[in-house]
Design a protein around this ligand. Structure first.
Ligand SMILES: Cc1ncc(COP(=O)(O)O)c(C=O)c1O
Length: 368
């Protein structure tokens, strides 16, 4: 019998569909809605970045190089010796693809700590991998990394362990000593530092790279640097490891405009400090205002979003999100976990947006 195209797909792609971020689509469709859902930066790119974009757009007829200048800058900023310690990507989401491509075969496992960023699972499954989730511990109104849970989830099929630090959506850091416990397993250990700049690079685990070849740090300029629309991400690792992963790199994966604009962003550390201070101040404001709602559990954040569990208020996360949408803002939900349906997350917006968020929450929860 003649085969159809369905017979030719690799088995692991058959159950998968294109990933659509419906909340982002909605935001583009209805620009009047406040985008408080995707952990973007509310401050547009600086005049310096805009100037660079204009400059390089004039030579957009030329192919980019492999980012030697920006890779050199990133190595230096992170105390590493060479551009070969750095691999750049079309956002850090693409970096996960490269890592998985280098380590996963169909049937292999990736261990993650949940709740966490959805891309770890999505991209893992694309390579025929299986995601294994170890849940954080929810105790005393805190979400705590469960390092033993992560270690116990490891099998001889585990090829990658991934931990976000700080974690999205819980906003907290893992204990220093716990990194060592995981690193010592020798399994490729990806530490996703997408939000590290909000707490400062001193909180980074990048120093582990010098001692452990299995440590891979991922970063993005979509968050504190405010360049989500340009999609610039990178990894830091031991030189040999980085260059092995780079074998999977799609040549010219990062465009000229993006890489030079990203470099301008990196050079503007004063601009970064301003954005970080603004976000951190606004996060404190939101945490404080929300703490006046009886029964609300707030997860103090080290990043640009705050997670809440409204389970104790008797309200449901979906209802909160629908109400907020009617008031003009998109928030992000979190499926039922730990017996609560009250989860939701807000991204820090402009000060007007944050005021609107607080007002909306007070209205919803019946406080003046
Ligand atoms: C924990 C974490 N890692 C990575 C990313 C991806 O960033 P990007 O692909 O924009 O670089 C995000 C985005 O929300 C995130 O929350």
């Amino acid at each position: 019998m003649k085969k159809t195209i369905d017979d030719y797909y690799v088995p692991w792609i058959k159950p998968l569909k294109m990933y659509v971020s419906s909340h982002i689509d909605l935001a583009w469709e209805k620009p009047s809605l406040h985008r408080m859902m995707s952990n973007e930066n509310p401050i547009p790119p600086s005049a310096k970045v805009l100037k660079t974009i204009a400059k390089y757009s004039k030579i957009a007829n030329r192919y980019p190089d492999q980012g030697l200048v920006i890779r050199g800058k990133l190595a230096k900023m992170n105390g590493l010796s060479s551009p070969e310690n750095v691999v750049i990507g079309n956002g850090s989401s693409e970096i996960f693809d490269m890592i998985y491509r280098a380590f996963l075969q169909p049937g292999d496992e990736v261990v993650q700590q949940t709740p966490c960023f959805g891309i770890y699972k999505l991209r893992c499954e694309l390579f025929g991998g299986k995601i294994v989730s170890a849940p954080m511990t929810y105790k005393d109104k805190k979400m705590i990394y469960d390092v033993d849970g992560v270690i116990n989830a490891v099998t001889d099929k585990t090829k990658v362990i991934v931990i976000a630090n700080p974690n999205n959506p819980t906003g907290n850091f893992m204990d220093e000593k716990d990194f060592i416990k995981i690193v010592e397993l020798g399994i490729p250990f990806v530490i996703d530092e997408a939000y590290i700049e909000y707490a400062g690079l001193k909180k980074s685990q990048s120093r582990l790279i010098k001692k452990y070849k299995n440590v891979i740090i991922t970063r993005t300029m979509s968050k504190a640097y405010g360049l989500a629309g340009l999609q610039f991400g990178y990894l830091l690792a031991d030189r040999e490891v980085a260059m092995k992963i780079a074998a999977s790199l799609l040549p010219w994966n990062v465009g000229t405009i993006t890489m030079w604009a990203a470099l301008t962003g990196l050079e503007d550390q004063k601009g970064l400090a301003k954005r970080v201070k603004f976000t951190n101040d606004q996060a404190r404001l939101i945490e404080k205002a929300m703490s006046t709602i009886p029964g609300m559990i707030i997860f103090p954040t080290k990043a640009n979003y705050v997670l809440f569990d409204a389970g104790g208020t008797g309200k449901n996360g979906d209802d909160i999100i629908s109400f907020a949408k009617k008031k003009g803002m998109i928030l992000r939900g979190q499926k039922t976990m730990y017996g609560s349906e009250g989860w939701f997350r807000v991204t820090i917006g402009t000060s007007q947006e944050n005021k609107l968020f607080i007002k909306t929450m007070k209205e919803f929860f019946g406080k003046k």
